[in-house]
Design a protein around this ligand. Structure first.
Ligand SMILES: Cc1cc2nc3c(=O)[nH]c(=O)nc-3n(C[C@H](O)[C@H](O)[C@H](O)COP(=O)(O)OP(=O)(O)OC[C@H]3O[C@@H](n4cnc5c(N)ncnc54)[C@H](O)[C@@H]3O)c2cc1C
Length: 357
């Protein structure tokens, strides 16, 4: 315990899960949030911000704007010992309880201003092009194609995807409905083909596909899935707690296998469910509850356990429509659009961390 008697909780990763956990715990412990970015990025707003950069004003949130009591450390975790987290800039952050929430590998700049500039640059790229090639038909590629098709209907959009169907992380019905919608908006979708990422340059205008086709486009966006941010754990005390896909193995109470005081939450975990932010938030709230129980102190405290979520997913298709996969139903059109596509849950996510919508 810290000198003042408060438990020290270090949260590694200030994404969707880590930010909510830090916010929920900051009054109950000495919380340190460690993140290489000075801001929380709401990932599902990224594509709207690409066509409308001012949208990022509400979806990129300085950690200091929602955390009042927690300490924010802007660096990356590079090692963990049994009682401290070591950072890339040489700090040692002691902990009584540790939460790993590093989700997906970092590709965004650390400065919020630089991230806004990236959106402005990408938007300029679209504005000054007549044709756009999108590489990757997962949620990022499909949502970007949808945003461009709706906001810039005069531009030619081609979406190329290596797999047999779009949105492979959800069911086939959702894939089909997305494909039909994109085709209806005159997006050319090429499946089971790829372009050689190694040969891409910013001045490229002609792209050869693996299927021997030629695509002409004024610019391109690479929207392939980001790997998990867990390679940094390979040389830490948690190395034995990674599965063969690099996910952190957790017990039902979300403690890392083999540890009493280390938890993992969000996309980094091996929980057998669809990887979604609303589930990462459920993990965060459950772990906050368990941390409070542990901090109160009875050694035999029974911790709450996590029940895996339904494979619920919403993919937006431009500003007004979308595809929704519910437990027994998949629908597309304006209803999913009403639920997600207009505000992209930005108000809801901001309110969850105590900010105005
Ligand atoms: C296009 C798209 C649309 C989506 N739409 C939805 C949706 O509608 N609804 C929904 O619920 N989910 C959606 N998702 C999924 C959702 O974004 C993820 O499930 C969610 O972001 C996972 O949260 P996380 O906190 O685990 O990881 P992340 O949000 O990836 O956060 C990880 C954090 O860890 C930090 N980090 C990484 N490495 C280190 C390190 N070594 N040290 C310290 N910090 C580190 C990063 O900087 C980052 O802040 C969507 C995803 C995409 C790509």
């Amino acid at each position: 315990m810290a000198a003042a008697g408060k438990a020290r909780v270090v949260v590694v990763g200030g994404g969707v899960a880590g930010s909510l956990l830090a916010k929920t715990m900051e009054r109950h412990a000495d919380v340190v949030l460690l993140d290489p970015k000075e801001y929380l990025e709401i990932p599902w707003a990224e594509l709207r911000s690409t066509v409308e950069p001012s949208f990022a004003e509400r979806s990129l949130i300085y950690h200091k704007d929602y955390l009042t009591d927690a300490t924010i450390v802007t660096s990356s975790a590079v090692d963990i010992t049994k009682d401290a987290v070591l950072t890339a800039d040489g700090q040692s952050l002691p902990y009584d309880y540790l939460v790993i929430a590093t989700g997906h590998a970092l590709t965004s700049p650390g400065s919020r201003d630089d991230r806004v500039k990236e959106f402005q640059r990408d938007n300029q790229k679209i504005e000054s092009s007549d044709s756009v090639l999108i590489i990757g038909g997962g949620p990022t590629g499909v949502e970007l194609a949808g945003e461009i098709a709706v906001d810039y209907p005069q531009k030619k959009v081609t979406l190329i995807h290596r797999g047999p169907r779009l949105l492979e992380f959800i069911g086939e019905k959702a894939s089909r409905k997305s494909l039909d919608w994109l085709t209806s908006k005159k997006v050319d979708v090429l499946l089971q083909q790829s372009v050689d990422l190694g040969s891409l340059s910013d001045t490229e205008k002609v792209y050869k596909t693996s299927g021997g086709e030629t695509i002409t486009a004024d610019c391109h966006f690479v929207c392939i899935g980001k790997p998990l941010s867990s390679s940094w754990l390979n040389d830490t005390i948690l190395k034995e707690s990674l599965d063969n896909k690099g996910r952190v193995m957790v017990e039902k109470d979300l403690r890392v296998k083999g540890y009493n005081n280390v938890f993992a939450i969000g996309d980094i975990t091996d929980i057998p469910e669809i990887k979604q932010g609303y589930l990462a938030q459920k993990h965060a709230l459950l772990v906050a509850k368990n941390l409070k129980l542990l901090i109160k102190g009875s050694p035999n405290t029974k911790l709450s356990t996590y029940n895996t979520g339904f494979p619920l997913a919403l993919v937006s298709l431009g500003r007004n429509e979308g595809v929704a996969q519910f437990p027994y139903l998949t629908i597309s059109g304006c209803l999913p659009g009403k639920i997600k596509s207009r505000d992209l849950f930005i108000s809801k996510t901001r309110k969850q961390i105590g900010l105005n919508g």
